[in-house]
Unconditional design. Structure first.
Length: 446
């Protein structure tokens, strides 16, 4: 069966409509292909357009963009226009952080004289001449200053990239100061800066308050503040006040008696001030030390320290005893006790023993005292060794059935008591024979 031309066209149209209905996406499928775009812009108040449509202020969120290519444009006065071409895939989610570049000017700052400090809106920007390339479009306060000149301040307008030259002419605001001192030769500082030696003329001092400092060896520092007017040439005459001499005497050992020209002035360390220049005979004395004297010459306004080392008239006694624990007396005064373990003590060093022939006594409760003499020499050590014989002093009592025994206790073991009943004579008393045993009171061992 064949169809006419009109019928065939109608059938073809109906077939195409049916095919389109079959392949067209459902509303849910169309929603899945839309793109999500989130834009954060700096500055936030820039005007943003997407495909020519103005968008709300940053941040911008679009969830209805069709897949494909989109043109994003951001504009703001004072900033370079920002353009971005975005190609979005079906269902794509994109987040953008976009920063617009500010438009900066080209400002060349000159001054006469040069090397002036540039301050813009309170921030230091270097010295003239200077090319400033980072100032954004707008108005600024620019100030130039230089020591010795009056500062200049004006308004600066930056309106584009066209180079702009700013010229400043600075006028002087300085004065001069002539300073002479008695005596001459003092070092001068004006406003903290070294300005030579008097007599001197200092120019280019900023008008207003100026600090003047004068120093010279041997004289008190001079400080003053003067007020100067621009164009002034001030004269200043100063008489410096001399500093008296000062002598400090220290000694080894300390507390030596100090004499100046045979006059006692105290114990070292001692400081003697207000001394006129000249020569002085200084003497230092200390017990058990040699006297030391010397002549000291003081210059004008000098501060001098003299150290006196007094050689000691003493030596050292080093003693070793058998056994340890022996008290050592020097000229009747206890000077120490020997220490150690075993039969012999460690060396006992007794320092600061006066020179000469010294009487030494060695004592212990259970030993016979020993006396002897030792010659002590300055700065030298005399070493002696002595053994003290043990006394036979009964210190223990044992009562037996047949009587009482006294002696030096050796040991008590298993109830048996062993005594030294005479020098070098030992006896062991069986426990069976002992009725009682005890230490003797200290008063019974004589």
């Amino acid at each position: 069966m064949t169809c006419s031309g009109i019928q065939c066209l109608r059938i073809a149209a109906a077939s195409m409509a049916l095919f389109a209905a079959l392949v067209a996406p459902s509303p849910a499928d169309s929603q899945d292909t839309l793109c999500h775009l989130h834009i954060v812009m700096d500055p936030a108040d820039a005007v943003i357009t997407i495909n020519g449509d103005i968008q709300p202020a940053s941040p911008v969120t679009r969830t209805d963009l069709e897949p494909g290519i989109h043109l994003l444009v951001a504009k703001k006065p004072g900033y370079r226009e920002l353009r971005r071409t975005l190609e979005l895939a079906p269902g794509q989610r994109m987040a953008l952080q976009l920063n617009m570049e500010p438009i900066t000017g080209l400002i060349l700052v000159h001054s006469d004289p040069a090397d002036a400090d540039i301050v813009i809106d309170g921030a230091h920007r270097g010295k003239t001449p200077a090319l400033l390339t980072d100032l954004t479009i707008g108005k600024y306060r620019i100030q130039l200053s230089k020591a010795g000149h009056r500062p200049r301040e004006t308004e600066l307008t930056v309106d584009g990239r066209t180079p702009k030259r700013v010229n400043f002419s600075l006028t002087s605001d300085t004065a001069a100061l002539r300073i002479a001192t008695t005596p001459p030769g003092a070092t001068l500082r004006v406003n903290g800066l070294d300005r030579g030696v008097t007599p001197v003329r200092v120019a280019n001092i900023p008008e207003g308050q100026a600090s003047v400092d004068l120093t010279m060896d041997g004289f008190h520092p001079y400080k003053d503040t003067v007020r100067l007017v621009a164009g002034e040439d001030r004269e200043l005459a100063v008489t410096l006040q001399p500093i008296p001499s000062e002598l400090t005497v220290v000694s080894i050992p300390t507390k030596a008696r100090v004499y100046v020209n045979d006059e006692f002035r105290g114990e070292a360390p001692v400081t003697l001030d207000n001394l006129p220049p000249g020569s002085y005979r200084i003497r230092a004395e200390a017990p058990e030390h040699e006297t030391v004297a010397r002549t000291v010459t003081l210059a004008r306004a000098a501060k001098t320290t003299e150290e006196f080392r007094l050689p000691g008239n003493v030596g050292t006694l080093q003693i070793v005893t058998t056994p340890p624990g022996i008290q050592v007396f020097i000229d009747g005064t206890l000077a120490g006790t020997t220490q150690g373990e075993g039969e012999q003590s460690r060396p006992l060093a007794i320092e600061g023993v006066a020179m000469g022939k010294r009487e030494i006594a060695l004592r212990a409760r259970d030993r016979h005292e020993k006396r002897f003499h030792v010659e002590i020499e300055r700065g030298r050590t005399a070493t002696v060794r002595h053994e003290l014989q043990r006394k036979f002093v009964p210190d223990y009592e044992v009562r037996t059935r047949s009587g009482t025994l006294l002696g030096v206790l050796v040991e008590v073991k298993g109830g048996n008591v062993r005594l030294e009943i005479a020098p070098g004579v030992f006896r062991t008393i069986p426990a069976a024979d002992i009725r009682d045993h005890r230490p003797l009171p200290r008063g019974d061992d004589s």
